[in-house]
Design a protein around this ligand. Structure first.
Ligand code: GDP
Length: 297
């Protein structure tokens, strides 16, 4: 299960505090030393850890927390609040264009789960929000990618717009948006090309699509299992494209959790959804507060 080791370490640290009638500054410092190690071991960015620990300490020691009737509980509450804040505070919802269709550009490296997530998002929009999505096959370099999206669309009974692999992704995006307008569809989900690594040609192409499609959302799909790499990938994509959100996939696996805890504060981009499995219904809106409670038990 995701966060298992982090959660159990934090819980044992806080179990020691919870029961105490009196908590000293030294107790807090000691607990925060353990929190620091647990977070670093969970692959959370070191700068993020440092700032987090300092904020918690300041709030826990500086205010009336230690003089309260339940100091242990209060310290844990501070940690909970700060963890929530670290992951973005409130829920970041998907944008909706004032005049449909809303254009969503899905980007990410190969294997992150981009095509699967595009299908899941369409399924979510239709099922939970009663919207009419269109899936668009803009990855013309991997013939299997077009096929994969078509299979997903068929499985979900959601239309797929494709022009094969001889037309440029920019032209495909343009035609798809025109088609969606004609058909009064609400969302256009552009499944763009992925590569194994970030390269200039890919970024150039994505920028071109961005210019033409004027997306309301640019969602980066990253694999939570890749830890700090996921954060680095998010930083690069954000520098080039100005992301509006991140979808963290494979959170059903035994990821240590570092990416979930670092992405927002390193890149300033909120996590909007998380992938919780391979099936088409395994996509959930991301709630920082629920995630924090899950980690703290
Ligand atoms: P793409 O190359 O980025 O388009 O990646 P795909 O959509 O083809 O996904 C790559 C693999 O990751 C596939 O086997 C997916 O089933 C799997 N995958 C995607 N999202 C998740 C997830 O949230 N959890 C799990 N366990 N597997 C996922």
């Amino acid at each position: 299960m995701a966060f298992e080791s982090l959660a159990s370490r934090l819980q044992s640290t806080f179990d020691k505090l919870r029961g105490k009638g009196k908590v000293t500054e030294e107790d807090v410092t000691k607990a925060m030393r353990e929190v620091r190690l647990a977070l670093l071991e969970a692959d959370v960015n070191f700068k993020v850890v440092k700032e987090f620990v300092n904020r918690v300490k300041e709030r826990a020691i500086g205010q009336d927390v230690l003089k309260s009737l339940t100091p242990g509980q209060q310290v844990i509450k501070v940690v909970n609040d700060e963890l929530t804040e670290l992951m973005g505070g409130g829920q970041s919802k998907l944008a909706a264009a004032t005049r449909p269709p809303t254009i969503v550009m899905m980007v990410g490296l190969q294997g992150a789960g981009k095509t699967t997530t595009t299908g899941k998002l369409a399924n979510y929009l239709r099922g939970k929000q009663n919207r009419k999505p269109l899936l668009v096959a803009c990855d013309i370099y991997r013939p299997a990618a077009i096929k994969q999206l078509e299979v997903v669309g068929k499985q979900l009974n959601i239309p797929v717009f494709s022009m094969g692999d001889k037309v440029s992704p920019v032209e495909i995006a343009k035609a798809a948006i025109a088609h969606a307008k004609e058909e009064h569809l609400d969302y256009v989900l552009l499944d763009t090309a992925g590569r194994l690594h970030i390269d200039e040609t890919l970024m150039g192409e994505l920028q071109e699509i961005k210019e033409i499609a004027k997306p309301n959302e640019i969602l980066l799909v990253v694999d939570a299992m890749t830890g700090q790499d996921a954060v680095n990938v998010a930083e690069s994509f954000n520098n080039q494209l100005e992301l509006t959100g991140v979808v963290l996939t494979k959170l059903d696996g035994d990821t240590k959790g570092g990416a979930a805890l670092s992405v927002k504060s390193v890149t300033g981009t909120p996590i909007k959804f998380v992938g919780m499995g391979e099936k088409m219904d395994a996509l959930e809106p991301f709630h920082p507060d629920r995630m924090a409670s899950r980690i703290l038990g």
